[in-house]
Design a protein around this ligand. Structure first.
Ligand code: NAP
Ligand code: ZN
Length: 349
């Protein structure tokens, strides 16, 4: 089936505007491209930061969505890895230079030429539009295979939330004998709990309240504490090897650094637009580290999808029709999501 070059989408027309239905152009399927009918697209908090201008001026119209799951409907003549009918995903980027040290290492997400799935420009200069749409065309090297055991709806959020937690957990060695803290039980956090548990680590959730405790325990958390209770920080002082912070706003960093053991690491994946500060002594006093991590490369994203299928892990989702995206944004901002909104984009076709 030929992929349409004008497709239905939900877009933000100007800074802070609500999302409305529109049409956008898609390129024709080229020699090495895969044409995908998008079935589901997750709503990531990054979509909201971008739409609200919290990360700087965006390219308008803005069609967010980098947690894409769908089915291949067309392949270019040179495509070898995918065939029509394959179940596939697309994450946060759709191209990179392919030649720099980061690309060669399979860490394309750190390539200076990385082309974001939306709010970015292709090498031709054309803007990219994300997954809140009916179809997308992507070079086969940036397409992921969704294993048979995973539903497309619960797999969509893995393309960002899943890999964003898998990558630092793998890099910093979450596993048996490691005490791992996950701060924030939202879209990223709830994947972190499941993945860290499946890796064999002892997992503690640090959430604003105890409201989500039962869910976290069901997903594999061994312990759960409310950060609104000052006793939490006394009780857990010096107890973690690794803490992954998924929170979308700035936190009092010294309090969280104090929870690390000697040589423990606090890794930020949450990405508020504003800078934050901390006391150097919070690191110096116990040879601690503070780091950051951004999504993951294509190879590791495939590894994560296979890992999730093997361990029967997926996102806990609430599927919505596209006309409910604006409401969903409000609920994400109010920490009222359990635990990822996924748009039924198939209904756009
Ligand atoms: P989300 O679903 O909104 O989850 C964020 C969680 O942070 C909330 O569920 C809440 O958890 C906690 N939180 C929110 N407001 C808070 C506040 N005022 N004080 C304390 N905790 C608060 O968002 P997400 O989609 O998981 O994304 C989280 C962050 O990661 C965003 O900044 C996003 O842009 C960023 N991100 C980064 C990467 C990367 O590659 N590094 C990739 C994707 C997303 P509790 O209710 O449990 O407290
Ligand atoms: Zn994301």
């Amino acid at each position: 089936m030929t992929t349409p070059t004008t497709v239905a989408a939900y877009a933000v027309a100007s800074p802070k505007a609500a999302l409305t239905r529109t049409t956008i152009p898609r390129r024709s399927v080229g020699e090495y491209d895969v044409g995908i009918e998008i079935k589901y697209a997750g709503i990531c908090h990054s979509d909201i930061h971008t739409a609200l201008g919290e990360w700087g001026e965006a390219i308008f119209p803005l069609v967010p969505g980098h947690e894409i799951a769908g089915v291949v409907t067309e392949v270019g003549a040179g495509v070898t890895r995918y065939a029509v009918g394959d179940r596939v995903g697309v994450g946060c980027f759709v191209d990179s230079c392919g030649e720099c040290e980061n690309c060669k290492a399979g860490e394309e997400q750190y390539c200076k030429g990385m082309v974001g799935t939306y709010n970015s420009r292709q090498f031709t200069g054309e803007p990219t539009y994300g997954g809140y749409s009916s179809h997308i065309v992507v070079n086969e090297n940036y397409v992921l295979r969704i294993p048979d055991g995973l539903g497309l709806d619960v797999a969509a959020p893995l393309l960002c939330a899943g890999i964003t937690l898998y990558s630092p957990l793998a890099h910093w060695g979450a596993g048996p004998g490691k005490n791992v803290g996950i701060v924030g039980m939202g879209g990223l956090g709830h994947m972190g709990v499941q993945i860290a548990h499946a890796m064999g680590a002892e997992v503690t959730v640090l959430s604003q309240s105890l409201r989500k405790k039962d869910d976290a325990v069901r997903l594999g958390a061994d312990h759960y504490y409310a950060t609104s209770d000052p006793e939490t920080f006394e009780k857990l002082a010096g107890s973690f090897d690794l803490i992954v912070n998924t929170v979308s706003v700035n936190l009092p960093l010294d309090a969280y650094l104090g929870l690390l053991k000697r040589e423990g690491t606090l890794v930020h994946v949450g990405a508020p637009g504003e800078p934050s500060s901390f006391a150097q002594f919070s690191l110096i006093s116990q040879r601690r580290s503070m780091a950051g991590s951004m999504i993951g490369g294509i190879r590791q994203t495939q590894e994560m999808l296979n890992f999730c299928a093997e361990h029967s892990l997926g996102a806990e989702i609430e599927v919505i029709t596209p006309d409910k995206i604006n409401e969903a944004y409000e609920r994400v901002l109010a920490s009222d999501v359990r635990y990822r909104f996924v748009i039924d984009t198939a209904s756009l076709s």
